[in-house]
Design a protein around this ligand. Structure first.
Ligand SMILES: N[C@@H](CCC(=O)N[C@@H](CS)C(=O)NCC(=O)O)C(=O)O
Length: 212
């Protein structure tokens, strides 16, 4: 495996699941990194110098690997797997396998972002959005995912891929947005498999709301 000449800089927020998926993957790959907390309360993510890091929407996470700056968590996972995982197991090179992994990256940027992630954003940070709708999207997602994982260890293939990493963080923390994982035993077993991987690091927990 290739190792970067200098630690990879990860601009993040400690409660961001998008940032956590990158931090987790860096740790699983055993890559040296430097964490830089972005003061989002003060709007540091919208500062021109932060947007200049190939980050047109002014969001976390962003990484800097030498002269290369990459924004967007899933784009970063693709970059890190392609650049540093010589085994190819985190992002298969085969056309069909790569497409299967991409399918789940799209779910991470779709149903997961608009469901459990948004619900958590509303509950923890008081964001004014449709909480009921976000929670419903989350339940629909886990209804499907639970069936899908009934006879699978990982989202694609016999070993974990970046698809699992992209879906992990906001799923593990879905209860913080009022989306209970109690009904979803296969999803919980899959979470436990990710948490058992060598190099796993958790995201900081925030209080889950009381069940209604
Ligand atoms: N598609 C982006 C979404 C990242 C994202 O939504 N980041 C949030 C924090 S979790 C953010 O920076 N929000 C501030 C904003 O959008 O202005 C990714 O996957 O990295």
């Amino acid at each position: 495996m290739t190792i970067p000449a200098k630690p990879i800089r990860l601009y993040r927020h400690a409660l961001s699941g998008h940032a956590h998926r990158v931090e987790l993957f860096l740790s699983l790959l055993g890559l040296p990194c430097e964490l830089i907390d972005v003061n989002m309360v003060r709007g540091a993510h919208k500062a021109p110098e932060f947007i200049a890091k190939n980050n047109p929407f002014g969001q976390v996470p962003v990484i800097e690997d030498g002269d290369v700056a990459i924004a967007d968590s899933n784009a970063i996972l693709v970059y890190l797997a392609t650049r540093y995982d010589s085994t190819g197991h985190w992002l298969p090179r085969d056309a069909v396998a790569a497409a299967r992994v991409q399918q789940w990256l799209s779910v991470a940027a779709g149903q997961l972002a608009y469901g459990p992630s948004m619900a958590r954003f509303a509950v923890l940070f008081g964001a004014r959005l449709d909480l009921d709708r976000a929670q419903a999207i989350g339940r629909q997602l886990y209804d499907v995912l639970d069936g899908y994982l009934a006879d699978r260890h990982y989202l694609f293939g016999d070993t974990p891929t970046i698809a699992d990493i992209a879906i992990y963080s906001y799923t593990a923390h879905a209860p913080e947005g009022g989306v209970s994982l109690d009904p979803y035993g296969h999803v919980r077993a899959w979470l436990a498999r990710i948490e058992a991987l060598q190099g796993f690091i958790p995201m900081r927990s925030s209080a889950a709301p009381e069940p209604v």
